[in-house]
Structure formats: structure tokens, C-alpha cells
Design a protein around this ligand. Structure first.
Ligand code: SF4
Length: 329
């Protein structure tokens, strides 16, 4: 591990003052960043600890929630208002990592965790454009069971590892940011980037900007939501495919639906084509399958991950059937 300085920020204002210096990184729970520092993939000159503030979950006027970036994953998943109103988020969080890691990990850090592509971590033996722009990508033509089927490029085929972010994408969550220039907000669905020819640039964060919170818009009372994750082991494994879905049915038809996939792209993949097919359709299995096919027609597979298309299709249909419950034909 390289030498670095450490300072604990007193609040968001203090943090962005310190975080603006060259080579500074914000430290949340450290459950990914410290691993990357041990491997010398991340080499910050200084760490600004931001875990001492933004730890509240507040009700917003109008019914949504504002979740502080320093809230631990376990606290968020277990919060009564989240469990009741946004079960897709609770289920996504508890499907990730282990209880010990969730006790440490923060909301802000979860959003910024980096891919678990094995070639990215193999600094000594593999080429990786994300680690070193222009170096090449040994995943392409290598072991690609876990890699992307949507939005990949000839520079990078990695996937985003977060479960929580998949649920947030389906919930139309909004990321609150603070930098030296002031505050701004950005939709979670727009926050992460596809790899293009610069896979090292993963988000729309500007230099020194700090995530201060996540806003969850209110959901209509009749909406149901859930998250399903398919993986190689039943715990402590990243998704091969996951689906977050929010569904509202009225008179046997889909009034509104939001679907996001995990494990398939460099960012949480909002299934806009499937949603367009479903809105106004009968809430029945054949419509769910047609919508999945519409989304997956755009998928592009690699040598080792063609199975993800059928897996994603079946998972999406099963999730929607579960949410529709007794209302489907
Ligand atoms: Fe690096 Fe992306 Fe290639 Fe993995 S897929 S080795 S992260 S460039």
C-alpha cells in the first residue's frame, strides 16, 4: 500500500474543502476502496473520512425520503419506512455482500464501488483499460462469464457490481452532490457512464465533488416492488443477472412499470424498451415475455456469457409475475 494522509471531515463543507486537493479520495466504509488500495490499483495521496455526518434518513414533504450518503447499508435496509414503502431497495441491499460488510458500507460508497472484473484486479498479470487507459483489455477474448451484454465497448466489457444501485435506478432515485461550486442533483440512472473509449471515467462526478445523499421520490400506494438476484452461490456473490421492478396494475393492465437489470452492463441498466412495451398492456405472462424479448433484442454477448440473455428473460418475467400476483391471467 502506498503512503497517504488521513483526515476526518467535520461536515460536508469541510469535506469538499479537503477533497478538492490533488490525489484526495473520500473514504466511506472503505469496503471497496481499501481493497483497491491494498492492491495498489487506487493510490490516493490523502483520504478524507466522510462517515461522521450525513447519517440521517429524512421524510420529505410530499412523501419521499432523503437518505444521507453516510447511512450504513444495514441501517438503510432495515429502516421501517424503506421496508414498507420501498421493499425493492431493502431486498437489493440484503442480497449484496455479507452482514459484516453491509454493517460497514455506506450509501455513498456503494454507489461509487468499482467493477469486480478479475482482470481489473490483476494488476501484475492483465491488461486493463480501466486501470491504465490505452493498455488493452484482457477480458475481451478471456473469461467473460460475468461480463456485459448491454452497452459494452471494444475498450471494456465490465459490469457494475452494486445491487443497491439497480434498485435505485428502478426507483428513479436522485443523487445529491456537493462541490466547491455548490450543490447539484443528478438522476441515478444518469450518474454512471457506459465505458465508451474511456472506461476509467465511470461517473458524472466532477473533481472534488461529494455525494451527500440520495432522494427517493414517493411511490403511489398501489405500487408493488421487488428485487431478484441470480448468482453462482446463494450468498456473498455478485449478480450474474438481477432485476429490480416497480409495478402498478389497474383493471388488469399495467398502469406504470419501471425495470432495471444488474450484472449486465457497466451501469445499472434501465429497461426502457421493455417498459414501453408493458405500459398499457394486459398484466399477463405473455406480455411480460414480449417485453423482455424487446429489451434483450439489443443484447450483444461475448464467448462466455450468452446464457445471460435467457437468464435475464426468465428472471424479468418471473419477477413481474410475482409482483402481479393473483392479478395475472
Ligand atoms: Fe479492465 Fe474493463 Fe477489460 Fe475488465 S473489461 S479488463 S475492467 S477494461
Amino acid at each position: 500500500m502506498n503512503p497517504f494522509t488521513y483526515a476526518r471531515a467535520a461536515g460536508a463543507s469541510d469535506a469538499v474543502q479537503q477533497g478538492g486537493s490533488d490525489g484526495a479520495k473520500y473514504l466511506g466504509g472503505g469496503t471497496n476502496l481499501v481493497d483497491l488500495m491494498r492492491e495498489t490499483i487506487e493510490r490516493p495521496a490523502s483520504l478524507v473520512d466522510v462517515t461522521g455526518f450525513s447519517r440521517e434518513i429524512e421524510e420529505l414533504p410530499g412523501g419521499g425520503l432523503l437518505i444521507g450518503a453516510g447511512v450504513r447499508n444495514t441501517v438503510l435496509a432495515g429502516h421501517s419506512r424503506v421496508r414498507r414503502g420501498y421493499p425493492v431497495l431493502t431486498r437489493a441491499i440484503v442480497s449484496g455482500a455479507s452482514p459484516q460488510i453491509r454493517n460497514m458500507a455506506t450509501v455513498g460508497g456503494n454507489i461509487l464501488q468499482r467493477t469486480r472484473c478479475a482482470y481489473f484486479y490483476d494488476e501484475a498479470g492483465s491488461r486493463c483499460n480501466k486501470r491504465k487507459p490505452g493498455a488493452g483489455c484482457d477480458a475481451i477474448g478471456g473469461f467473460t462469464r460475468n461480463h456485459a451484454i448491454f452497452g459494452a465497448s471494444s475498450s471494456c466489457v465490465a459490469v457494475h457490481p452494486s445491487d443497491m444501485c439497480v434498485a435505485l435506478a428502478a426507483l428513479d432515485a436522485v443523487v445529491h452532490l456537493r462541490g466547491l461550486g455548490g450543490e447539484r442533483r443528478i438522476a441515478l440512472a444518469d450518474f454512471h457512464l457506459l465505458p465508451g473509449d474511456r472506461p476509467d471515467i465511470e461517473t458524472r462526478l466532477e473533481a472534488g465533488e461529494l455525494i451527500t445523499g440520495i432522494e427517493l421520490p414517493p411511490l403511489p400506494g398501489k405500487v408493488r416492488s421487488t428485487y431478484r438476484k441470480v448468482r453462482d452461490r446463494s450468498s456473498y456473490a455478485f449478480a450474474l443477472v438481477s432485476v429490480a421492478a416497480v409495478l402498478e396494475i389497474e383493471d388488469g393492465h399495467v398502469r406504470d412499470v419501471r425495470i432495471a437489470f444488474g450484472g449486465v452492463a457497466h451501469k445499472p441498466w434501465r429497461a426502457a424498451r421493455a417498459e414501453a412495451v408493458l405500459r398499457g398492456s394486459p398484466a399477463e405472462s405473455s406480455a411480460f415475455a414480449m417485453a423482455a424479448d424487446a429489451e434483450l433484442a439489443a443484447a450483444r454477448t461475448l464467448a462466455g456469457n450468452a446464457f445471460k440473455i435467457e437468464l435475464a428473460r426468465r428472471t424479468m418475467v418471473a419477477v413481474l409475475e410475482d409482483l402481479a400476483g393473483g392479478e395475472i391471467a
